[in-house]
Design a protein around this ligand. Structure first.
Ligand code: NAD
Length: 343
């Protein structure tokens, strides 16, 4: 049994990870440390041993690993301190604020032999798995255009997420998830990147962004996060050589329209569109396409901690690899570098 101490008993630490760990026999949460007294009280109330200092938690020999679920700017120091104290580490995303920080942490992981593994949970999102399956099995042919978006209208939530020094902003928040999914799916190096960051709400950090990414294999992707979108665009819009798929939201509503017949380009019937006629935008004949439902793909997200346990105990291969995490951080750095601000 691996005993885990939680560092940062906030939203993710107190709820998400506690629930996830309960599902795995080989791991259990035994204690928590937080800089805020009310969060320590919450941990105590939930039956955990609480620690008044980080050092007190890290010097407890019954704790094998720590979960770091604090704001992003302290991930690095906490991870290094934990590993040099003999603890394995599960770290929330974004793993670090930069590739440089991550390199320092990986060095310590290699030197100490302690596992450092990042929680990239959205690799198990059903909507993503469906698109990944389409990318691999090609039911609508080779995907050549991938649009991945999340839109909300609540601005930047919480407190520290508004501040640069804590690693706030949407690129380091939702951006990490969407870019991780994209790089995990598209098996080709990134060739070109252009991007816009938005600062509509007047914060010092981006409240959204659009990034255009071209891969060396020719696939093009648009990744967008918006927090001022009162009408949402679909979560996924992907084009293949033989069809188009849309997934509207996390409820997996959407459809696949697949070309199954020949479109007679010479005999298209024009439609009235606005104050004009068009053949270009008239629908393909009903015989030429088939509409299919979105079908769920099996996922075993509960296996995240099972894998962590196996990595620590049996030297198994981590589901989330540190070089993958580094590639995402490198892409984020490139986006910050090339981005213009659009207001
Ligand atoms: P939160 O603000 O709800 O909780 C953070 C907690 O850390 C707070 O209780 C705070 O007091 C504590 N803290 C701050 N500095 C600390 C320190 N030096 N030592 C110990 N405790 C400290 O934030 P959250 O939403 O739980 O986010 C925490 C981390 O999880 C962030 O890195 C965030 O990006 C990540 N996150 C991941 C997902 C996901 O889907 N994987 C979702 C939300 C947040």
């Amino acid at each position: 049994m691996l005993n885990i101490g939680i560092i940062g008993y906030g939203g993710m630490g107190s709820y998400h990870h506690r629930e996830l760990i309960k599902k795995e026999d080989g791991v259990q949460v035994v204690g928590a440390y937080d800089i805020k007294k009310d969060r320590l009280d919450a941990a105590k109330y939930a039956g955990l041993k609480t620690y008044e200092s980080l050092e007190a938690l890290l010097s407890n020999n019954t704790i094998d690993a720590v979960l770091i679920a604090t704001p992003n700017d302290v991930h690095k120091d906490l991870a290094i301190q934990a590993m040099t104290s003999g603890k394995h580490v599960i770290c929330e995303k974004p793993a670090m604020m930069s590739t440089e920080e991550l390199d320092d942490v990986i060095l310590v992981s290699n030197e100490t032999g302690q596992v450092f593994m990042v929680h990239q949970n959205r690799r198990w999102d059903n909507d993503f798995l469906i698109i990944q399956d389409m990318y691999q099995k090609k039911p609508i042919g080779e995907l050549f255009q991938i649009e991945s978006r999340v839109h909300g209208a609540n601005g930047i939530p919480g407190d520290w997420r508004h501040l640069e020094k804590h690693g706030g902003g949407m690129l380091l928040d939702w951006g990490v998830h969407l870019l991780d999914q994209l790089l995990f799916m598209v098996d080709s190096p990134v060739k070109e990147v252009s991007a816009d960051l938005s600062y509509i709400l007047g914060d010092e950090v981006d409240d959204g962004f659009i990034a255009y990414i071209t891969f060396e294999n020719g696939v093009k992707a648009l990744v967008e996060v918006g927090t001022t979108n009162f009408v949402k665009l679909p979560r996924w819009y992907v084009k293949g050589l033989e069809g188009t798929a849309v997934i509207d939201d996390w409820d997996l509503s959407g459809k696949i329209v697949k070309q199954t017949g020949v479109i007679d380009h010479h005999n298209l019937v024009p439609i009235k569109a606005g104050q004009g006629l068009t053949k270009t935008m008239s629908p393909p004949s009903e015989d030429a396409t088939t509409t299919l439902p979105i079908v769920e793909v099996d996922a075993d997200y509960d296996g995240f901690y099972e894998n962590f346990h196996d990595v620590v105990v049996n030297n198994a291969t981590p589901i989330v690899k540190n070089d993958e995490v580094r590639n995402v951080l490198a892409l984020i750095e490139r986006i910050f570098e090339v981005a213009q601000s659009c207001i």
